[in-house]
Design a protein around this ligand. Structure first.
Ligand code: C2E
Ligand code: CA
Ligand code: CA
Length: 619
């Protein structure tokens, strides 16, 4: 990374005239200067302010030979790097010898094309420029003259074409084609100016970052035309709400941004954010079909006393993220707290990547008890992050971030790979552990290597339960998931539907997946002891599973009374802190040895009996 202070010195100290021009994607000969250094001004006579935004043709002086002019255009049109020595004019008409070189640069991120133009004044030629120029004219014979006329014609035609193109490019360059709002490029240029004004004159402004909540859904269900229409109507709405002094841009996709001078109070900013959210509550109709598409807005203020006002757009983006996480269809104001949180999330994300590389994830196990016999029927494998400095971390600390980053699949892979070793060691210790259950994320389920990993794991599939979240079905993962579930079934792996009752299309998902086991989410199970009125709901959910011939697991069993109650309600298996918290492999082994596999005497023993001691303790 080159320090900015060093980079900036190119501007002052480099004796070669340098300029950067953004070229049109369609035609390399159409461009606009975006930057030049001091030497460029000294040599060509164009001040930076005059050169910026100008076309490359300002470098074509009246004394530049036509042939060279054509040569330059041709090379530029074909994106070819070249260098040419020629007699040319400065802005004031003075003639001088120069070497002009052009190098094509491309931006892999935006796909934009750039030219780096460098101009050196050739000292040794200085003495006789004028003479050489007139000589050229003198030697022109008849034939040469005809050629020159033809060249001039071609050149004129070329110039008209370039002029037309340049006009459309200048417009395109700043405008979003679909909505006519400013585009990202123009926004960025403007933002720089706004920040400059803030620094120099203290003109504070607000940034409103706007994102549609369900744009993908509209596109997917109503089609792209509808999506385009929606974007245009949002653009019109924003235009309607803003005034001349505001800048409204579409940054791409369904993201919009407004720059608004702050004026005397922030009130006009918050009422504008309110209004945007309000207006988008109205349904959007396309071709007679209507759908709701709310927006979320993040607001941040660029203040005069800010250390780095350049941060303001990121701040507004963080506020937007906050608005989304609070349930969408709302706006949020940026706070330092959000900033701290987002830094923490970024840190967590990078730590997680490292943890995947170092395979820092380990399995914990929680017993599932057979309600009829009180014996262990299964152990659910639950991931823990063995963090190098923070100790053992539960999934709540990292699973959401891992899922957002797309590394949950990798974590599932890592702990699954450790399962065979754990099972072998437990078997060798002579304990009775009939089966294990593993949690599988949607992404892992859609990954064809999952089946392969099971087959090659060395684990007997008959001893394996795969817990699938109810929401997996709702994710419409489609055929791959369906195929994986069928494959698992064929291998003899048991399928359990996890957290039943928390998804939306519960029964539909149930009929689709047809699991052998239904795990009732602990939110239905937990209240039944304290709250009699919660029992009918739990009973009816248990009843759904039973009526479909499934075995039912009660999650979150925390006391003996609880265990009795839910087994009476018909649950076949019980899982919860009462029988044991998730524990390490070594602790599970010790517990199995200690209890001989019998965790509960189904109420045949009282609280003082031998069996009760040591049960339900936290591990
Ligand atoms: P889950 O699959 O529903 O796992 C049961 C969770 O409930 C565990 O939390 C467990 O500690 C907790 N629990 C068990 N009994 C009780 C109880 O009596 N009372 C209360 N209050 N809680 C109880 P844990 O280990 O923190 O896991 C949380 C969730 O993280 C799991 O919920 C599961 O959805 C996910 N998860 C855990 N391990 C993995 C994994 O390896 N892969 C994937 N994809 N997800 C995992
Ligand atoms: Ca589970
Ligand atoms: Ca569960």
């Amino acid at each position: 990374m080159i320090p900015a202070q060093i980079f900036n010195q190119i501007n002052d100290k480099c004796t070669e005239g340098l300029a950067l021009a953004l070229a049109s994607n369609d035609d390399g000969a159409v461009m606009e200067f975006q930057w030049c250094n001091k030497a460029f001004t000294t040599i060509t006579g164009y001040e930076e302010a005059e050169a910026l935004g100008q076309r490359g043709t300002i470098l074509i002086g009246p004394d530049l030979e036509q042939g060279i002019h054509l040569y330059i255009i041709e090379k530029l049109m074909n994106w070819e790097n070249f260098s040419t020595k020629a007699l040319n004019n400065r802005k004031n008409g003075d003639v001088y010898w120069q070497r002009m070189s052009w190098v094509h640069l491309s931006d892999p991120e935006t796909g934009n094309h750039w030219w780096l133009c460098s101009i050196i004044e050739l000292e040794e030629e200085r003495a006789e420029p004028a003479k050489r120029a007139t000589n050229d004219l003198e030697v022109a014979d008849q034939e040469g003259y005809a050629r020159a006329v033809e060249k001039v014609h071609r050149l004129e035609k070329e110039n008209t074409r370039l002029h037309e193109l340049a006009k459309s490019v200048a417009k395109d360059a700043n405008e979003d084609a679909l909505t006519g709002l400013s585009n990202r490029r123009h926004f960025e240029v403007e933002l720089k100016t706004w920040i400059e004004n803030l620094k120099q004159h203290g003109t504070e402004f607000a940034v409103l970052y706007i994102d549609l909540d369900r744009f993908k859904f509209v596109n997917d269900t109503l089609g792209h035309d509808a999506g385009d229409r929606l974007l245009v109507s949002v653009a019109n709405m924003l235009r309607d709400l803003t005034d001349k002094s505001d800048l409204v841009a579409r940054l791409g996709g369904d993201e919009f941004v407004i720059l608004k001078p702050l004026g005397k109070s922030a009130l006009n900013v918050s009422s504008m954010a309110d209004e945007i959210v309000q207006r988008m509550q109205a349904p959007f109709t396309f071709d007679g079909k209507s759908t709701a598409c709310s927006v979320s807005v993040g607001v941040a203020i660029a203040k005069a006393n800010m250390e780095d006002p350049e941060r303001v757009v990121t701040d507004s983006d963080e506020a937007l993220y906050h608005a989304k996480s609070q349930g969408k269809g709302r706006w949020s104001f940026f706070t330092e707290e959000m900033h701290a949180k987002s830094i923490a999330t970024k840190q967590l994300a990078s730590d997680l990547l490292l943890a995947c590389e170092r395979r820092e994830f380990i399995p914990y196990f929680q017993p599932l008890i057979d309600a009829a016999t009180g014996r262990i029927a299964c152990a659910e494998m639950l991931v823990r992050w063995s963090h190098p400095t923070k100790g053992i971390l539960a999934p709540a600390a990292f699973l959401d971030t891992a899922a957002n980053m797309g590394v949950l699949k990798r974590i599932d892979e890592i702990i699954f790979a450790s399962l065979h070793g754990a099972l072998t060691r437990l078997d060798e210790a002579g304990v009775d552990l009939p089966r294990v259950a593993v949690n599988v994320s949607a992404a892992r389920l859609a990954d064809p290597t999952f089946i392969h990993d099971i087959k090659s794991s060395g684990i007997n599939p008959e001893r394996l339960t795969v817990e699938i979240l109810e929401s997996v079905y709702l994710d419409r993962m489609g055929d791959v998931v369906r195929w994986t579930i069928d494959e698992l079934d064929e291998l003899g792996v048991t399928i359990a539907l996890d957290d039943f009752g928390t998804g939306h299309a519960s029964v539909r998902g149930l009929l689709e997946i047809k699991p052998a086991i239904l795990k009732i989410d602990r939110h239905f199970i937990q209240p039944v002891v304290a709250d009699e009125s919660a029992r009918p709901l739990a009973e009816s959910i248990i009843g759904i599973g039973k009526s479909l011939g499934m075995r039912v697991v009660a999650e979150g069993v925390e006391s003996e009374e609880h265990a009795h109650l839910v087994s009476e309600m018909g649950c076949d298996y019980l899982q919860g802190f009462y029988f044991g918290r998730p524990m390490s492999e070594d602790d599970l082994r010790d517990r199995l040895i200690e209890t001989g596999g019998k965790f509960w005497t189904c109420g045949l023993w009282g609280p003082d009996s031998d069996m009760s001691r040591g049960l339900g303790r936290a591990v």
